[in-house]
Write a new protein. Structure first.
Length: 278
């Protein structure tokens, strides 16, 4: 069995925990490949693998949700199952707490887990050369200047919904519905629900949010001729947009798979409402 491992490298706690996890995996006779920046932080010489080449039966991330989003965007096989150990503040995608990793690894080895399949967003700009990277959490369209509002036209399957002034538009997956989407007033969507949330940020209208089927194509047109904007994929990848740009988004053929040991609603209770009864 082979495992890859990626750590947040600007956190001493994450690096030390990663060192422990690698030793534990090797004690279980699991072959470990370590992502390049993680290997440098650990001063390892023989485990060095670029993230774009990292693969295995599963990949462990040690950090917060940002570490998972980076790994999901760049790893070799986008559908390799991810095993998230949370060293972040909220860590909704990263299910395992640091003290739980030995028990979780044993549960994985014994087959006591489920694979949670998550949709991704595929998006592109009309008359732009390249498609955007797939989003695991969300595609955000916002004004380049935070003090300015966007005027956009929203359409689903070429059917005009509304023209709206807002600080931005979020097109989120079920996995991303508990992130920026939720903060902007969008609904939480369970992972098994086939749909995407289209949510306006601080809209100057009655429109706030709508859930659309995954096979739909959402079109976001920028209507102000003098307003520059930016598309941001998972908070990591920034694409400048010219005035009057047209962005389209739909479901990606790629999916993200997470190794899960607890039900979705338990994670909701523990992470979002901060309640623990177990």
């Amino acid at each position: 069995m082979r495992a890859g491992i990626v750590s947040r490298t600007d956190s001493d706690g994450s690096v030390e925990l990663t060192k422990e996890i690698i030793a534990y995996l090797e004690d279980q006779e699991i072959e470990v490949s370590v992502e390049t920046d993680t290997a440098l932080a650990l001063e390892l010489q023989n485990h060095n693998t670029n993230l774009q080449d990292l693969d295995g039966d599963f990949i462990i991330t040690v950090g917060g949700d940002g570490t998972i989003l980076k790994t999901a965007m760049e790893m070799k096989n986008p559908e390799t199952p991810l095993f998230g150990v949370n060293m972040g503040r909220r860590g909704f995608l990263a299910e395992i707490q640091p003290y739980e990793y030995p028990e979780a690894i044993q549960s994985y080895l014994q087959g006591e887990y489920t694979i949670e399949e998550n949709l991704k967003v595929r998006s592109w700009g009309l008359n732009m050369d390249d498609a955007f990277p797939d989003a695991l959490n969300e595609l955000l369209i916002a004004c380049s200047l935070p003090s300015k509002m966007l005027l956009t036209r929203l359409s689903v399957d070429h059917e005009h919904i509304t023209d709206i002034q807002a600080d931005g538009i979020i097109f989120s997956t079920p996995a991303g519905s508990t992130a920026y989407n939720m903060s902007a007033g969008g609904a939480i969507v369970a992972p098994g629900v086939p749909g995407f949330s289209l949510t306006a940020i601080c809209p100057y209208s009655y429109f706030n949010s709508i859930v659309v089927p995954p096979e739909s194509t959402v079109t976001i047109e920028l209507l102000k001729p003098r307003s520059d904007a930016v598309a941001i994929v998972d908070g990591r990848h920034y694409i400048p947009l010219k005035p009057l740009s047209v962005i389209e988004a739909t479901v990606s053929e790629n999916k993200a798979n997470f190794i899960r040991f607890k039900p979705f609603y338990t994670r909701i209770r523990r992470r979002i409402f901060h309640l623990r009864t177990e």
